[in-house]
Design a protein around this ligand. Structure first.
Ligand SMILES: [Zn+2]
Length: 51
């Protein structure tokens, strides 16, 4: 039961372990890039200004 893959939230990369994705994020993506995606994701879910 080791068929689980852990996709990178920022690109098409996928690793067989969560640590693999973590290492990929640290080595292949910049902090600013990760922060931007994180903020965009959060702001798209939460709507602070209801109509
Ligand atoms: Zn990635």
């Amino acid at each position: 039961m080791t068929d689980t893959i852990h996709p990178c939230p920022l690109c098409a990369y996928a690793a067989s372990t969560r640590d693999g994705v973590y290492a990929h994020l640290l080595t292949s993506h910049r902090k600013s890039e990760i922060s931007t995606v994180l903020l965009e994701t959060r702001t798209s879910v939460v709507e602070p200004n209801p109509p």
